[in-house]
Design a protein around this ligand. Structure first.
Ligand code: SDX
Length: 438
């Protein structure tokens, strides 16, 4: 049974015919459950000697997947078929994590069991906790996160060889719970403050805020609005199909590398300013506008000028319409500030920037809209989370999506990912002894 009959893709009756200078190749057309159409080129090289070339993979499907559907033209995002708007309205982050990883919304008992596992695994081994002493005070939290994920696997060798789904769910709970503790400990270390241990009586989000902001003898009491804002932030960042970091999980996992190693690699991919690091760059851009007194119009014009400056938080490889997550986060930011009874000048600058860009021909022509990173930093800043922790927060949110894709590939037993290339280097030449080189 080939994977297309196993999964939910169908094979069209018609085929794609590729006419080459010296061959004509017929290629199957595979159709997904949302009627996305693809040309299956798996046999192209063996039948024609040709490969395809697609720098940045803008036109290339690396796999078939049941986890997340995006329609970039319509601005649609669904996790396992559920619209992101409904999940944002009704769901908790841990409930969405279960949905992404298992494929179904959890029953009451499954949700309770998963919650219990997250609580059971919230502590770090004391030996692991001492690793923090080795980092310099200004160590970047993303470097610490990636390091500590692999270090954590040294204390859980049993999770390096996952045998079945129960074992995988245990590893998922350990990863999700411990990255939250690692992130909070990294923050406390960077502030020179004593670490605060997790409180088993608190929910996933409340516990994180407790570990971040409680001080000895003064427990931090997060407001319902803060907890709601954090829940939304994490839930909206939980999954986004084959983005750079998730593709990294699948690439690394395809070699048989364990879940911890694959996720640690994804943290490194997410760190880049064009990906998960964009939320930091958005805040830097907004603060530069505020501090320089430059008009928003000047910034928009600079982004159009063709130099390397870009409007951070704008544009997306897939969305050519509004990123639905940006719309939800913008409302959450408004709610947060009205509850806090204060206006944020950076939010006002962001809204003015959005207004001008969305009416500017350059952005309209290129279909550049605010993406998930445009408002997310403003929410994190309002919660008191420092800028160098923003991408770590993105990683905590994306953990369930990374785990879900690793699991999907683990069950599919996909071939090792090994793309081809078009060689454009020097043709054959002979060795030149050192004394004859000029
Ligand atoms: C995330 O893939 C995902 O799903 C990612 C993510 C997830 O959930 O995992 O959604 C999270 O990474 C969101 C994106 C965060 N990055 C940023 O906000 C950085 C700023 N945006 C860009 O750098 C850019 O839009 C990308 C990287 C997001 C997408 O780049 P593409 O698809 O490769 O687009 P491109 O570079 O080919 O740009 C096409 C045109 C170019 O102009 P021309 O050469 O046609 O004249 O649009 C221009 C670009 O110069 N352009 C921008 C722009 N983004 C693209 N111009 C000004 N400002 C921008 N932000």
């Amino acid at each position: 049974m080939d994977k297309y009959s196993r999964g939910k893709a169908t094979t069209a009756s018609e085929v794609a015919t590729l006419t080459l200078p010296d061959a004509k190749v017929e290629l199957p057309i595979r159709i997904g459950t949302e009627n996305e159409r693809s040309v299956d080129i798996s046999e192209l090289r063996s039948e024609s000697g040709y490969i395809t070339l697609d720098e940045g993979y803008g036109n290339t499907g690396a796999c078939s997947s049941e986890i997340c559907f995006i329609d970039g033209e319509q601005g649609i995002l669904r996790y396992r078929g559920y619209p992101i708007e409904q999940l944002a309205e009704n769901s908790r982050f841990t409930e969405v994590a279960w949905l992404l990883i298992s494929g179904e919304l959890p029953t009451q008992s499954q949700a309770a069991d998963f919650s219990a596992l997250l609580t059971e695994y919230e502590l770090l081994h004391e030996g692991l906790r001492h690793h923090f002493e080795g980092f310099p005070p200004d160590a970047h939290p993303m470097a610490m996160l990636s390091t500590m994920i692999n270090a954590a696997s040294c204390y859980h060798p049993d999770l390096l060889e996952l045998t079945d789904d129960d074992h995988l769910m245990e590893a998922a709970a350990k990863l999700m719970s411990k990255v939250r503790t690692i992130a909070a400990f990294s923050y406390r270390k960077s502030k020179g403050q004593p670490i605060v241990y997790p409180d088993p009586a608190l929910s996933y989000c409340r516990n994180f805020l407790h570990m971040m902001f409680s001080i000895p003898y003064a427990q931090y009491e997060a407001s319902p609005t803060m907890v709601r804002a954090l829940t939304l932030f994490l839930l909206l960042h939980a999954e986004h199909e084959q983005n750079c970091s998730t593709s990294t999980v699948r690439m690394v996992g395809s070699s048989g590398a364990n879940l911890f190693a694959s996720v640690a690699a994804a943290v490194c991919a997410l760190w880049g300013p064009l990906h998960g690091g964009a939320n930091v760059e958005v805040m830097r851009m907004l603060e530069q506008i505020q501090d320089s007194g430059a008009s928003v119009r000047e910034i928009v014009d600079r982004a159009k000028s063709g130099d390397s400056f870009r409007l951070m938080g704008f544009g997306h490889r897939v969305y050519k319409n509004f990123d639905p997550r940006a719309l939800i986060l913008k409302k959450a930011a408004d709610d947060l500030f009205s509850e806090m009874g204060k206006a944020d000048p950076l939010l006002q600058i962001a809204e003015e920037l959005e207004e001008i860009a969305l009416n500017d021909e350059y952005f309209i022509e290129r279909k550049l809209y605010p993406n998930v990173d445009f408002y997310s930093g403003i929410i994190l800043r309002a919660m008191g989370i420092p800028r160098n922790m923003f991408t770590v927060m993105f990683a905590i949110g994306r953990m369930p999506g990374w785990i879900a894709h690793w699991r999907e590939q683990f069950h599919a037993a996909d071939r090792i990912h090994r793309p081809r290339q078009l060689y454009i280097g020097p043709t054959k030449r002979d060795y030149v002894p050192m004394d004859q080189r000029r």
